[in-house]
Unconditional design. Sequence first.
Length: 129
Amino acid sequence: MSEEQKKDDQSPVANAPKPGVLSLSIKEKGALYAAYMPFLKGGGLFIPTNRTYKLGDEVFMLLSLLDDPGKLKVVGHVAWITPVTQGGRPQGIGVQFSEKDGGVEARNKIEGLLGGAAKSARTTPTHTM
């Protein structure tokens, strides 16, 4: 193998993990409430998935919320992991919204749809609490 080929194999781009792209469609207000994670700085969503992620992994999301025909493009990072067997809760990840790349827009849209329920004392179980 030439020196140039060795350099190419060791480049950060060649060895960098590819970020995941997740598409999530939430059609009901109750499901949005259960998935929303207001306790994360900037907000976040729980996304059911059986893919393997590590804390801090970057994730790209396409979100469809309730009756809105448009999709929100959001970048975030894995901040929560629910493993396969976790007391009846679904397996998945909690993704903290980025402060840019659609995160602020997503948080504002979700909190607008949920109204005061997003920040109220939660008495209905969610996917994470």
